[in-house]
Design a protein around this ligand. Structure first.
Ligand SMILES: Cc1cc2nc3c(=O)[nH]c(=O)nc-3n(C[C@H](O)[C@H](O)[C@H](O)COP(=O)(O)OP(=O)(O)OC[C@H]3O[C@@H](n4cnc5c(N)ncnc54)[C@H](O)[C@@H]3O)c2cc1C
Length: 743
């Protein structure tokens, strides 16, 4: 007994220590995540433009699979135990977060489309609303990624093939079935599928084959997911170099003898009286019954419009940084293309690279690029002139206008080459002239995010059906199961229903197999195990179902009377696992949902505070800053004191501390000559910030307690597996399982 107590104390205190350390680390991570989110908001990198994830907080179980699955860095993070978008602008729409979420809590969306005038109105077949026969595919539709572009291209060609087949009798040899504008991934895939389906198609391309991929930097690694390219097979690798991809495009276009008119710019289209399209290009007019516009979103490179821009040393893309050495180079822009070009050029011998960016800080870079460029600037490998604009480009110099402390200054730099990455003039006006509508009213209603099913209803239904069957079984054999153990020996059913033989044994074996199947979910979820069969959502459903079934089978195996044996304890552990699993799957999300809701309220208060004090920044700079810092300190104190007792202390002393801080703010405000209504609003916002911070902290504490389900779930699962193994081994060796003796 003493030994037992001693071990229990050691294990108990050890577990408590581990739990406390883990909790502190979790709080630190949450705080870091929130700070990063505030920084993202300040820089504007929180908002995504194209396809991005929206976690449904009422479903998220905080497993972090989405964060691990995202190939970009910093798009998502787990804050208050749930997935939250941090740098939305870094999302390029891979969609792996949604595919990997085990509970279907992530939807991919283009955001609030009601205000967007850069997303075309299309039918599900990608046909422009109100313009029959005119299709759009690829990035121009608002969805980026090579894989998506290929899928779009194939869908359009399939739709055109069906229409062409339906109208076959009326086919005119002079009229093409399809003109495809743009030879990027969407255009090429569309042409390949058209060829496969016997559709006569021509591609019109203003530059050369390959689309945006041709303008990637040399040897850039392109990430993609497996996708079927018609007449080629599966592009199965997850990364290709730019050169590999271009080689594939070129080879397949040559092999399949696709008709590609390069260096032919599409300038517009009309409809002939008989309904065909007249497609105008810089090299002549084509006639076609269908058109697929796959021009991407880059459009034509945006020019600076400054004197000297026509010089041959000015370029709008960089194909090979290695051909530039010992040059004085200016790179204009602050996006990923500009930064990647500047970094590539700075790595070459003898180059002096200056980056000119019109903003005061980078705000939409991928995490890796931001890290690399910051390091390069700090080490002096790249000189960065923020808040600057090119004024003039001369033969051997450039002139920049620089904003310094509200004043305009001029900076002259010796220069040999200029690379401009100022974005592109979007192709939308051209598309509008062709009949494509960008009016939000014309867009079919977006899918309602919360209505997506996860298939869980079916799973719970199936589990209930199984539970009812076992209940019915128990009722049918109540005469046996109702007897005390000793009296069961004399019944006819004993040989069948006892744990060691017949059906009782079979249900035990089935239970053990179900436990093994149940645990394979962990292998599918782990990023380290290359098992990618089926969606995680289905695996999660199978995890729940096999868990419940295993419990039922083991109950039958125990003949409805578990004993104080290893097997009995394994059953108890299994029952505990099913209960904690249900807490995690169904109840856990409520509490962190509330904490994140408070966090959003706090963000709103901060935004109002920033708007209120923005005016004062000009006149009373130091005061406005002091007020915000004071309120931030108050919020931090009430929300993020780490130790448990300090948190309780902060809660008790919070009101007093807040009143003291408010008095300080008020007297400062009076000294700064603020009007009384401004002081009233300021103190009201400070009070609200404090209240929201306290509420968020309260929910975070609750969440911490509820989140312990995961901890118990994991460790008890381990214990259960150990007990099952011991039980099976003991039974095989000493249980006389196969000796046929009755017991
Ligand atoms: C720096 C960078 C990195 C990227 N990295 C990845 C990545 O790792 N993985 C990934 O999946 N995606 C990545 N993307 C996105 C991917 O490149 C695009 O989503 C994809 O190329 C879109 O294909 P598309 O065919 O729709 O358009 P595009 O590839 O843009 O092709 C459009 C074509 O239309 C032509 N065109 C335009 N206007 C006209 C006209 N008026 N007349 C005739 N032709 C015209 C253009 O010259 C171009 O060839 C990246 C994009 C960039 C900019």
């Amino acid at each position: 007994m003493t030994w037992f107590l001693l071990i229990a104390v050691v294990l108990g205190t050890g577990a408590a220590l581990v739990a406390l350390v883990a909790r502190r680390a979790e709080l630190r991570r949450s705080l870091a995540g929130l700070e990063e989110r505030s920084r993202a908001r300040e820089r504007g990198s929180h908002a995504a433009r194209l396809l991005h994830p929206v976690p449904d907080l009422s479903r998220c179980i905080g497993c972090g699979t989405c964060v691990a699955a995202c190939p970009e860095e910093g798009v998502l993070d787990v804050i208050h135990g749930q997935a939250v978008v941090v740098h939305g602008a870094r999302c390029v729409g891979h969609g792996r977060c949604a595919a990997e979420c085990p509970v279907g809590a992530i939807a991919l969306t283009l955001g609030d489309l009601d205000e967007r005038r850069d997303i075309p109105a299309l039918t599900p077949e990608f046909e422009a609303v109100g313009a029959p026969g005119l299709f759009l595919a690829g990035e121009v539709t608002g969805f980026s990624l090579i894989r998506t572009a290929i899928t779009h291209g194939v869908t359009v060609a399939g739709e055109v093939a069906e229409r062409v087949a339906a109208a076959d009798a009326r086919r005119d040899a002079e009229v093409l079935d399809l003109v495809i504008v743009g030879a990027g991934p969407a255009g090429i895939a569309c042409a390949l599928e058209a060829k496969r389906r016997g559709v006569r198609a021509v591609i019109v391309e203003q530059e050369r084959l390959g689309g945006t991929v041709t303008s990637y930097p040399r040897r850039k690694l392109v990430m993609t997911q497996p996708v079927e390219l018609p007449l080629y097979g599966t592009l199965s690798k997850s990364t290709y170099t730019k050169e590999e991809l271009l080689e594939i495009w070129e080879r397949i276009v040559a092999e399949q003898q696709l008709e590609v008119l390069t260096e032919s710019a599409f300038t517009g289209l009309d409809r002939s009286p008989d309904g065909d399209f007249l497609v105008y290009t810089s090299r002549g007019t084509l006639r076609a019954s269908n058109v697929c516009i796959a021009v991407g979103r880059r459009g034509t490179p945006r020019k600076l419009g400054v004197p000297g821009e026509e010089r041959s040393k000015v370029a709008y893309s960089l194909l090979d940084a290695q051909s530039y050495t010992a040059r004085r180079i200016l790179v204009v822009g602050g996006g990923d293309s500009a930064v990647e070009a500047a970094l590539g050029l700075a790595e070459q011998d003898g180059n002096q690279v200056t980056l000119s960016y019109r903003r005061a800080a980078f705000n939409r870079l991928k995490a890796r690029n931001e890290e690399r460029v910051t390091r390069a600037i700090e080490s002096g490998a790249i000189a960065c002139v923020y808040e600057s604009e090119v004024r003039a480009i001369e033969d051997d110099a450039v002139e920049l206008a620089v904003a310094r402390g509200g004043e305009q200054d001029t900076l002259r730099l010796a220069n040999d080459d200029v690379f401009v990455f100022a974005g592109g003039l979007p192709p939308f006006p051209l598309l509008e002239r062709c009949g494509v509508s960008f009016d939000p009213e014309d867009r079919p209603p977006a899918e309602v995010l919360t209505e997506q099913g996860t298939g869980f209803l079916k799973v719970v239904g199936a589990a209930l059906a199984c539970a009812l069957s076992v209940l019915a079984w128990t009722v049918v054999f109540r005469d046996y199961y109702g007897l005390p153990l000793a009296e069961r020996l004399d019944t006819d059913w004993h040989g069948w229903l006892r744990p060691k033989s017949g059906l009782g044994l079979a249900s035990g074996v089935l239970g053990a197999l179900l436990v093994a199947a149940n645990l394979s979910y962990l292998a599918r979820r782990s990023p380290r195990v290359p098992l990618r069969l089926g969606s995680l959502q289905r695996w999660m459903s199978a995890h729940v179902l096999t868990g419940v079934l295993a419990l039922l089978m083991v109950l039958v195996h125990s003949a409805m009377q578990p004993k104080h044996t290893v097997g009995g304890h394994a059953l108890a552990a299994l029952a505990f696992l099913v209960a904690t699993g249900a807490i995690g799957r169904y109840f856990y999300s409520f509490v962190p949902h509330a904490a994140n809701g408070r966090e959003l309220e706090l963000d709103e208060v901060r935004a109002r505070l920033a708007a209120l004090t923005a005016e004062w920044d000009k006149e009373r700079g130091a005061f406005a800053e002091r007020v915000r810092a004071e309120i931030d300190a108050m919020v931090r104190d009430s929300q993020w004191s780490r130790g448990f007792f300090r948190r309780v202390g902060a809660l008790l002393a919070g009101e007093r501390r807040m009143r003291r801080a408010l008095r300080r703010i008020e007297s400062d405000a009076r000294a700064a000559d603020l009007a009384s209504d401004q002081i009233a609003e300021l103190t009201h916002l400070a009070r609200r910030a404090h209240k929201e911070a306290l509420a968020a902290a309260h929910y975070e504490d609750l969440r911490g307690i509820v989140a312990s389900w995961r901890w118990f779930h994991r460790w008890v699962a381990l214990l259960m597996v150990a007990l099952v193994v011991i039980h099976v081994v003991t039974m095989l060796r000493y249980g006389g399982l196969f000796d046929g003796a009755a017991s």
